[in-house]
Design a protein around this ligand. Structure first.
Ligand SMILES: [Zn+2]
Length: 189
């Protein structure tokens, strides 16, 4: 009762259409597999992220294309790349650092868009009613198990397009003992 499924996000990239063209030399992304949110999918395409201190290869592109390109990295990646990305909600990229992306057909120099995604829960309006929360609420979520902990500052995102799922990154998952198969959590007041 009242459990929320928890999924891990690894580093990944969302691209605008013109950057797809530059990096891959084609107009569209190639579907690979579904993600937890309806309409969102992992793509076959991968690129290299290049920063002042280093690079990370085989970074997955997630579709569909978006109005702005956005690179979501892990805190450990910030040190490897030499890019101090702020913790941001997806889509809030104003004033964030950029990076270079290298694809098989070309390179893109992003002037901004590199973030560490803030932990969040996707839910429908019905779910929100059931949990007694609303869009943009900040809640705490308790994870059980051997490495159990309470995540604070979890953003609630409510939309009829969303399926119930909490998203944390793989470093947060490691810290909480949640593996790639996912886990579950509980909102605590
Ligand atoms: Zn999410």
């Amino acid at each position: 009762m009242n459990k929320i499924p928890v999924s891990l996000s690894n580093r990944h990239i969302h691209l605008k259409k013109e950057d797809v063209k530059t990096l891959f030399g084609k107009d569209d992304l190639t579907y690979k597999s579904d993600l937890s949110q309806p309409g969102q999918f992992a793509c076959e395409e991968q690129v290299v992220i290049v920063g002042p201190k280093g690079s990370i290869d085989k970074v997955r592109i997630l579709g569909p294309v978006r109005p702005d390109s956005q690179v979501e990295i892990l805190t450990g990646d910030c040190f490897k790349l030499g890019i101090m990305a702020p913790i941001r909600e997806s889509g809030k990229i104003e004033g964030t650092p950029g990076c270079k992306l290298v694809g098989p057909a070309g390179e893109v120099e992003l002037s901004n868009g590199v973030i560490v995604a803030s932990r969040h829960i996707h839910m429908s309006e019905d779910d929100a009613k059931q949990f007694g929360v609303k869009d943009k609420d900040i809640v705490k979520v308790k994870i059980g198990g051997d490495r159990g902990l309470v995540f604070e500052n979890v953003l609630v995102r409510v939309s009829p397009k969303f399926a119930l799922d909490m998203h944390i990154d793989s470093e947060e998952g490691n810290a909480a003992g949640v593996d790639r198969k996912g886990g579950e959590g509980e909102i605590v007041k």
